[in-house]
Design a binder for this molecule. Sequence first.
Ligand SMILES: [Zn+2]
Length: 408
Amino acid sequence: MNPAILQQALARIETLGAISDTPGALTRTFLSPASRKAAEVVMNWMEELGMTTAHDAGGTVRGILPGTDPTRQPMLLGSHLDTVIDAGKYDGALGIIAALSALEHLREDGVQLAYPVHLFGFSDEEGVRFQSTYLGSRGILADDAGETIIHRDAEGRTLDEVLSTEGWHEDAIEFSYDASSSSGYVELHIEQGRVLEEAGEPACVVSAICAQARLRITLVGMADHAGTTPMDLRRDALTGAAECILAVEKIARKSPPLVGTVGMIRVSPGASNAIPQIAELTLDVRHPDDSALGNALLELHREFLEIASRRQLDLQWLEVQKNGAITCDPDLTGQLAASLTRITGSKLSLPSGAGHDGVVLSKAMPIAMLFIRCRAGLSHHPDEYAEPGDIAIGINVLADFLKHRTLP
Ligand SMILES: [Zn+2]
């Protein structure tokens, strides 16, 4: 590979990493001004490669590179453009940039693919704004039977309201893929774990993606005076929430590989001299096995009910999103693994604890993923880092896969 291609990829990671809604930290959430700017930058890169670009009202972008055989189904590539709050530069962005670099690499080598490539930058994978993931990839499926997003963003607006006022409507098209629309989806992503680093491997293919549930828990007690209300007469929603959070930790710790996280809590009235009346928390629970996740949710719910009833709190337990574990497509993954072996000699395959857009797209097409090692497994953090050498391997594996791709 021409070293200039890697240099361009590294420069692009810096470029996207500097497009943020908050000064001094990287944050790009669904339909924010920075998300729009990042989408425009990516569309420009796609056009430089000769792609025809388009976007939908939800801010997802697509570039199409035609193949030499118009009868062939397209191959989808991509990753997400959005980030968590105070994010790293590689999560999501690397998958889009590496795909562009792989196509550039093939172009320089004079390789023309028979099939078209559709490269996506999804507008929402992290689910920061609505605490509901995959708005971007769900938006490109013809049959998006996903649940209605019932939550509101931090300004109290619903998804429909946000889409109508902030949506990218001018020149928007609606992407619509079903089971017969494409031959598969392949995504490169940083591993976000420490397994590759410990194994001394730069990359691996992904065997499966863990089942994941996201919940919104609300505990309601009674606001009262912090000075005059005796301790045994209080109905303090926040102390109840604290007990629930520790219960999550206790239950997850005793049943590995179950993981459970309360990542956000909102308290009202939120005053230093008032007993908290309402505590709202998010709960994220994951397990590679669907039934084990279901059992964990039942156990957590029972425990939360017991805590709430003992403390005379009302409990609202709301499942915002639940995705079953998915297995990556054996054929597609086998072809990606063959490319990995040709480039690195490795045959490593790992399950993913993190959710990815492939979870959604697997409803309509075969999916495969390539993981790239990231330093100390650190992700969702500004110190997230992937070595240039590993990124080059990722680009080479993708390019090799695209070149050798055979239809099932
Ligand atoms: Zn990601």
